[in-house]
Design a protein around this ligand. Structure first.
Ligand code: ATP
Ligand code: MG
Length: 524
């Protein structure tokens, strides 16, 4: 090659490499890059055709890019390469001759020259190879080989970058899937404590969409009350104190009109290589159940101590007086004391029975004996009993003569009426009507107990059926009760296949309704 020809050739080569660098900078996909690199390389060494093969995950070679590559050659080489590993022997003269023979088998022109260069990464990893074929007797020169080396290096870098991008993408997708599908709430904050991401669980927990909170300061997003522990998000505006440890706090999420949720919140800082805060990862665990169980335990203890202590101290007081030897007691007083002692002992027994029932229900061990039962008779007897004890109330019984039998547990059904009627009496201290009624309603019997007492606020309709729950009112503090009656009633009704609900208006009165299945003919 003459000097001028050589310099022209160098010029072309530089232009080609420059062009490739330019294309690199515009970060196209891997196949475009490889096609460009192969195209320039082939043209510079005047190859007739060529290809780039990359190593697959399993380590074999696969043709990914062709330069004027005849389909027949592609089809012939593919199975051969699929069995090859790009180890040292693969690049030997012998192996390449073998490839050339195969190619000549399928194309009519007789090719005599082949050159192949591995694509090697810095860490000696062979990620594939460039292969070029040329007709004629002029062999590829060491100069060609050097030139191709540059292109092979470029291709190797392209492959490495593409693999890294792919790896990052997979990694990112994996992390995103973990965050999004985590059953715990997750919020990712920037160093200014503004929300970058919230996951699905948290968006449900807070009742807001991710779009609505992105970019907001976390103190605007996370509104907690009854907080304990440390909360970065409660420190309005000010940047968080530099901390390298995980911070933990608890609190109730404020969601107007919805049930209270208690969460445990941990704030974990994430630092970059330069030691600067990159993110704060906030994780939310719903601890409502623990909190409720804890509260139930303390309510239980306070209710029990109060409700048990009262009758015990009354009994003790009267019994103490009766036992005194230094005073002459009026027989009328003795009888009255005896009656009070019996009454208080009954209250104690009832409370203990209720507690036992409640714990049976919570353990799922409430056993019922269902049989056809005459509900009308049970209701009538309950009303008779209460009207004898409650002279200030007017009892009205509304039950048709032909009311069908219901499937129920006789003793438990009695308990239901006792609880509902005793509530009706207890929560209508001014007296008034108490209606107890029943009627057939298809395959069910519908029962109601209605009073004209103090009523129940609508937002308490669900809660009154919870164990130990009592509506806060001045009457509540006077009227005794453990808050177990309705919890037991509901559990019993549901266990007998019925439903229970309440309708009420504050100051006007309440009506409790329940249904029970009618006993079928063949069950009688
Ligand atoms: P217990 O029945 O264990 O002796 P209690 O009567 O307080 O105690 P529940 O029968 O479960 O408990 O009733 C729960 C709460 O619901 C009551 O404390 C009361 O505030 C309210 N409540 C129940 N029935 C009525 C009613 N008929 N009228 C008004 N409030 C009622
Ligand atoms: Mg009650």
């Amino acid at each position: 090659m003459s000097l001028s020809l050589y310099s022209e050739y160098r010029q072309q080569q530089l232009e080609a490499l420059l062009e490739i660098t330019r294309i690199f900078a515009s970060s196209p996909d891997l196949s475009t890059l490889l096609r460009t690199i192969l195209g320039y390389a082939a043209e510079l060494v005047r190859a007739d055709f060529g290809y780039i093969a990359l190593t697959t995950r399993s380590g074999a070679l696969r043709i990914t890019t062709g330069y004027r590559l005849p389909t027949a050659v592609f089809e012939r080489l593919s199975p051969y390469l699929a069995q090859k590993r790009p180890v040292a022997e693969f690049w030997s003269e012998e192996e390449l001759r073998y490839q050339l023979d195969m190619v000549n088998d399928v194309v009519s022109s007789s090719l005599e020259q082949v050159i192949a260069l591995p694509l090697v990464l810095e860490d000696e990893d062979v990620v594939g190879g460039i292969f070029l074929f040329r007709a004629g007797t002029i062999a590829f020169t060491p100069g060609d080989r050097m030139l191709l080396r540059d292109f092979a290096d470029q291709a190797a870098v392209a492959v490495r970058n593409a693999r890294q991008v792919e790896q990052l993408r997979t990694e990112k997708a994996r992390v995103e899937a973990i965050i999004e599908n985590n059953p715990n709430g997750i919020m990712i904050l920037d160093p200014g404590m503004r929300v970058e991401i919230i996951n699905r669980a948290l968006s449900k927990l807070l009742g807001i969409s991710e779009d609505a909170v992105r970019g907001k300061h976390c103190s605007e997003v996370l509104k907690l009350e009854n907080t304990t522990g440390e909360h970065l998000c409660m420190q309005q505006g000010a940047p968080p104190p530099p901390t390298t440890r995980v911070i933990y706090g608890e609190g109730d999420i404020l969601r107007p009109g919805r049930k209270r949720v208690t969460v445990g919140v941990s704030y974990a800082p994430l630092f970059g290589n330069d030691g600067n805060l990159v993110n704060v990862i906030v994780t939310f665990v719903d601890i409502t159940r623990y909190r409720e169980a804890e509260e139930l335990k303390s309510t239980f203890i306070s209710v029990i101590s109060h409700e048990l202590k009262t009758p015990v101290s009354i009994i003790k007081g009267y019994a103490g007086t009766l036992a005194r030897e230094d005073v002459q007691l009026d027989p009328q007083f003795v009888r009255e004391s005896g009656r009070i002692i019996v009454e208080e002992a009954d209250r104690l027994t009832e409370l203990i029975d209720n507690l036992l029932d409640a714990s049976r229900i919570q353990a799922g061990a409430l056993s019922l004996r269902l049989e056809p039962v005459d509900l009308a008779m049970i209701a009538r007897k309950a009303v008779e009993r209460f009207s004898a004890q409650s002279p200030h109330h007017q009892f009205i019984l509304q039950i048709p003569n032909n009311l069908p039998l219901v499937m129920a547990d006789d003793r438990r059904l009695r308990q239901v009426f006792d609880n509902l009627i005793s509530n009706a009496v207890k929560y209508s201290p001014q007296g008034g009507n108490i209606e107890v009624g029943a009627k057939a309603d298809g395959r069910r019997v519908l029962v109601y107990v209605r009073d004209s007492g103090i009523g129940i606020p609508e937002e308490e309709f669900d809660d009154i059926f919870e164990p130990f729950y009592r509506v806060d009112s001045s009457l509540r503090r006077r009227a005794q009760g453990a808050g177990l009656g309705l919890f037991l009633v509901k559990a019993i009704i549901q266990a007998m296949g019925g439903e229970i609900w309440v309708e009420s208006e504050l100051g006007k009165g309440s009506a409790f309704f329940f249904t029970l299945p009618v006993a079928e003919e063949n069950e009688r």
